[in-house]
Design a protein around this ligand. Sequence first.
Ligand code: CA2
Length: 145
Amino acid sequence: MPKQILILNGPNLNLLGTRQPEVYGSDTLADVERDCAALAAELGAEVALKQSNHEGALVEMIQEARNTADGIIINPAAYSHTSVAILDALNMFEGPVLEVHISNIHQRESFRHHSFVSARAEGVIAGFGVEGYQLALRRMVNLLG
Ligand code: CA2
């Protein structure tokens, strides 16, 4: 049975590729989903990509993942910097968690330098553009063995 990997995205990432291309590039979330699905197939895994603008919905998706996913790759977007609820939900997930940021959050405003989720994540990728999702996916497949 192929390993199941959830790629979870937080608020405003549904608009990826439509604004601020100098910060986030021009790929859309649908492009990310297509590229990750293709890479997952090469690596013998399966991905499901989800996005929500709502903190509680993201918490519920993480809770559901306890029964449906072996690992989670998450870009919590702005909730990275504010959400103890998402951190708590991830702490109740037993598999590996990897955190992705498209931009280099450490090069930006100081309020973006801290992420609550990083305390839970096995690894963090920031500043590699949307390529970060693919790098995280390769790492996740290795972690899942
Ligand atoms: O760099 C990242 O991936 C972020 O998680 C993106 C968040 C930001 O709040 C974090 O500090 C860093 C913002 C997501 C906004 O998504 C859009 C991207 C392009 C166009 C419109 C929205």
